[in-house]
Design a protein around this ligand. Structure first.
Ligand SMILES: [Zn+2]
Length: 501
């Protein structure tokens, strides 16, 4: 009898140990499905609540809700309250702005799991981390690129008319993270590339800022320090690397390091003096194809960035503080590029592609490689802009961007210029055609009642961004967007005024 009891007791102990081990094993929803089902928004939110409840350094908050009623969660990772220890670097990682790019979110959940398991605690000595694993839950659950309003969120960072981008920028404005990375996937199987006979086959692409109005110091630091670091980091973990390129195939279309537009996640936060990056993994033919390795690649890329920030925390903090101080306290009259083009500089680009015939690597030299962004047209940054107070569209825009307004005290110290639009021509913008108005400048000091205007000074973090948004000749400005065309009308005055010295 005693032996039997002992045996039962032993079995119970073994069973209990097994159950405890099984329970303490954290699994993302994707792992729980044994990689057969993508994590949906609801299961992702439950997973985040679960890990946050069990690890003091993790906190989950809902930062917004989509038009279809889904939550957008953000995960704050800190040994204190996020952002309170000013010696730490604040990092913001955000993924899945495009709903059919699933591995960014799955990789972010892998990263959160590793944090929950305590594997990355050392990073928190120097880093406060903020992760938005799924910016676009409506698109994600439907496995489509656009959000529930049928908007491309990564073209919405200037106008911020989607709840998802508005929530992300509100979060950024609140904490002003020094480092941001926007996580995507590229789709290599398009018809033009397949016809070319070779396709892109890089596990991860990383891109730095390309808009020439962003900090030159940050762009150089990204190119000279970060890209070589992350290439080595990824290669050591058996993932292939490429500096982020778009365009092509190589014999058909120019190849460049992506757009200079300020309406995407990388360039908008970069315009505010952030060390801002984009990462793109390789998508599957179907969203579930090879998802384990794709998510691991994205997770490795995020960890690589965190490792780089950890090793360079002081340099990054100083660089970003200097650049933001220049934006806030800088002189007016600095040139701001508002029309730009991609040009060649004599460099050749060799790309390692995957031959669709042999299924082996093939090295292709790109004929039309345009790595440099050149300004076609500059304006001098004014002291600020006057926006008519009765324009509700513009008032709402300034609010969404949390722009600072000020009073003009002594009118006689300023020169108020209003543009008269004498004609509307067009200009090629990366293959699209946008308006290019011709302007006449009018001095309007006597005619303006200042009480009817809101003054937006350019001496603020978003001052250069404001200039690119509000100049009527800007090929990336507000007037080029649906809903804002009314700003530019032939033979009429442009309603926004320039304030100069
Ligand atoms: Zn994308």
């Amino acid at each position: 009898m005693k032996t039997l009891l002992n045996t039962v007791a032993l079995y119970l102990v073994v069973l209990l140990t097994f159950l405890t081990a099984a329970c303490s094993q954290i699994q993302t929803p994707l792992e729980k499905s044994n990689f057969t089902e993508l994590s949906n928004n609801k299961d992702m939110c439950s997973f985040l609540d679960e890990v946050s409840a069990n690890k003091g350094e993790l906190k989950t908050a809902i930062i917004g809700r989509t038009t279809e009623g889904r939550d957008i969660p953000a995960v704050f990772v800190s040994t204190d309250e996020y952002g309170t220890d000013t010696s730490k670097v604040k990092v913001l990682l955000f993924a899945q702005q495009h709903g059919n790019e699933q591995s960014g979110k799955e990789g972010a959940l892998f990263l959160i799991k590793e944090i929950a398991e305590g594997k990355l605690d050392y990073l928190l000595d120097k880093i406060d981390l903020l992760i938005v694993p799924q910016v676009n839950p409506d698109g994600a659950d439907a496995d489509k690129r656009r959000n529930g309003m049928d908007l491309d969120l990564n073209r919405n960072h200037l106008i911020l008319t989607a709840p998802e981008t508005a929530a992300l920028h509100k979060l950024f404005d609140l904490y002003l993270p020094e480092v941001t990375m926007d996580v995507h996937e590229y789709y290599p199987y398009s018809e033009s590339w397949t016809n070319f006979g070779a396709i892109k086959n890089f596990d991860e692409q990383f891109g730095s800022l390309t808009n020439p109005n962003t900090s030159q110091a940050i762009r150089e630091f990204s190119k000279k320090s970060f890209l070589p670091f992350i290439q080595k980091y990824m290669n050591e973990r058996d993932f292939t690397f490429q500096e982020y390129i778009i365009g092509g195939p190589p014999t058909v279309e120019r190849i460049r390091h992506s757009t200079f537009d300020i309406n995407d996640g990388r360039q908008s936060f970069g315009s505010f003096g952030s060390f801002s990056l984009i990462m793109e993994g390789k998508n599957g033919v179907e969203s579930i194809d090879g998802i384990a390795r794709r998510a691991e690649g994205q997770c490795a890329g995020m960890k690589g960035l965190l490792q780089f920030v950890y090793e360079n925390s002081e340099a990054i903090k100083k660089m970003v503080a200097d650049e933001r101080s220049k934006l806030i306290n800088g002189e007016s009259d600095d040139p701001v590029a508002i029309q730009m083009e991609h040009i060649a500089n004599g460099d050749e680009l060799s790309l390692t592609l995957l031959s669709t015939q042999t299924n082996k690597d093939t090295v292709v030299t790109v004929k039309d490689y345009r790595p440099v962004v050149n300004s076609l047209y500059d304006v001098k940054k004014p002291l600020g802009y006057l926006i008519p107070k009765n324009d509700m569209v513009l008032a709402a825009w300034t609010k969404r961007h949390n722009l600072k307004s000020a009073d003009i005290e002594k009118e006689e110290d300023y020169k108020l210029i209003q543009y008269f639009i004498t004609g509307i021509d067009s200009i090629d913008f990366e293959g699209d055609i946008v308006i290019n108005p011709s302007l006449e400048e009018r001095n309007v000091n006597e005619k303006i009642n200042l009480s009817e205007y809101l003054f937006l000074p350019t001496r603020q973090l978003k001052g250069t961004f404001i200039t690119q948004a509000l100049e009527p000749k800007s090929m990336i400005g507000l007037a080029t967007y649906k809903g804002y065309e009314y700003l530019v009308r032939q033979n009429e005055l442009y309603p926004i005024l320039r304030v100069g010295k």
